[in-house]
Design a protein around this ligand. Structure first.
Ligand SMILES: [Mg+2]
Length: 403
């Protein structure tokens, strides 16, 4: 059983219209048919999904042979009216065995394999194995749990200090989401953010973090008046970024919390900026108007194109931890870090090094005049209860103590 799903079909419908999308499906069905043998069955399952039953095959190798032929047939351009369309597909393969009782079960497993193929990059295939089913079940349970987590207030925000390198002073915090799962304990974002992004929970959870962090910042600014005032960085997903009322809702929040301009910072990745450039540029301008700073997160790991830096003046670049953590071992990493710091300084952006864990890394960053840094060497992300003590120690740095 092959489960066949076109990549980025929605993109075709959205950009060229549904009539072109429909015609594309027809042409693809014809191409698929031409690759099959008498006795094989092709069916459209819905949307851009097709199911193919291959009869009389000898295990996965034969199925993969057919899949290669299908991918090959798809690789040629398709002409529709005046448009030229290139398309690829992700294909899941499930091999029939005695373990299956119903046809639904084998379609389900081919579907699971197709998702695996899609997640490992487009235009590829995956053969189902039982670990994928276990993984899919776990994912399903996590998703159900996630939906309940907001209502049950199981999320927590932790705060990682960001330090000014020249003075050792505390400048800001990065707000980081944690999930206090009732049976699995504290879950780190890497283990559930991907799932959150796939569900529509990404918007309510994103707002919950922003509101929580902004209120917390307001409290700390009142308790610890510093000059410049403490700031707060919050990571935002592309999906949140493109909700219509984002700037308006942020403006109300900033007003309610009475946080000064420039103290709330949003971290977005290069990928978000590059994937939706026009939308981003108008959203960015609105955010700039209400005094929200914009930081590029994980800089250097997304796209190699730097042209987007010309089109909008971001406030800061955050050097990805993968460069910082290998600085001591790799000359290349060190050179990249230094180049990013110079780039930031030339373009008038601050630079923040992430993931600083050793004294050697700190010394190197100091020698390169890196303006700001965060990482375990200064502090791990802290529960809000632990932050007061940290801030008191941090403000002591004003009077000469350096980290
Ligand atoms: Mg970040």
């Amino acid at each position: 059983m092959l489960f066949f799903d076109l990549d980025r079909f929605k993109h075709v419908n959205d950009s060229l219209g549904h009539a072109v999308g429909d015609e594309l499906l027809c042409q693809i069905a014809l191409r698929l048919t031409s690759c099959l043998r008498p006795g094989d069955t092709l069916a459209r399952l819905g949307g851009d999904e097709f199911g193919i039953v291959l009869n009389d095959i000898d295990g996965p190798t034969d199925a993969i042979y057919v899949v290669d032929r299908l991918q090959e047939a798809l690789s040629d351009k398709i002409e529709i009216e005046t448009h030229t369309v290139y398309t690829t597909a992700s294909i899941g393969i499930a091999i029939c065995s005695d373990l299956y009782n119903t046809s639904d079960e084998i379609v389900r497993d081919a579907d699971i394999a197709m998702y695996r193929a899609k997640n490992s990059g487009h235009a590829t295939y995956a053969v189902f194995d039982t670990s994928m089913h276990d993984q899919a079940m776990l994912q399903h349970r996590m998703e159900t749990d996630l939906r309940r987590a907001l209502e049950r207030a199981e999320f927590e925000v932790y705060y990682q200090p960001i330090i000014e390198m020249s003075s050792g002073r505390l400048q800001a915090f990065e707000a980081l989401l944690r999930w206090q799962h009732p049976s699995r304990g504290l879950i780190m974002p890497d283990d559930f953010i991907g799932l959150v992004e796939e569900t529509n929970l990404v918007v309510p959870i994103g707002w919950w973090v922003i509101e929580r962090a902004a209120n917390q910042l307001a409290t700390w600014q009142r308790l610890f008046p510093l000059n410049p005032p403490l700031a707060m960085s919050v990571n935002v997903s592309g999906k949140l970024f493109f909700t219509d009322d984002m700037a308006k809702r942020l403006a109300v929040l900033i007003e309610d919390c009475r946080i000064p301009r420039g103290s709330l910072r949003l971290e977005i990745t290069e990928r978000v900026v590059m994937d939706h450039e026009d939308l981003v540029l108008s959203a960015l301008a609105d955010l700039r108007d209400i005094g929200v700073e914009l930081h590029i997160d994980d800089f250097g790991t997304g796209y190699s194109s730097l042209s987007y830096l010309q089109r909008f003046k971001y406030d800061s670049l955050k050097i990805d931890r993968s460069f910082v953590s290998t600085m001591s071992q790799k000359v290349d990493s060190s050179a990249i870090v230094e180049a990013i710091i110079k780039l930031g300084s030339t373009l008038g952006m601050k630079v923040i090094a992430e993931g600083v864990e050793t004294q050697d890394q700190l010394n190197r960053l100091r020698a390169m005049n890196c303006p700001e840094a965060q990482g375990f060497l200064f502090s791990e992300p802290l529960h809000h209860d632990a932050v007061n003590a940290f801030i008191q120690a941090g403000t002591a740095a004003d009077t000469g103590k350096t980290l």
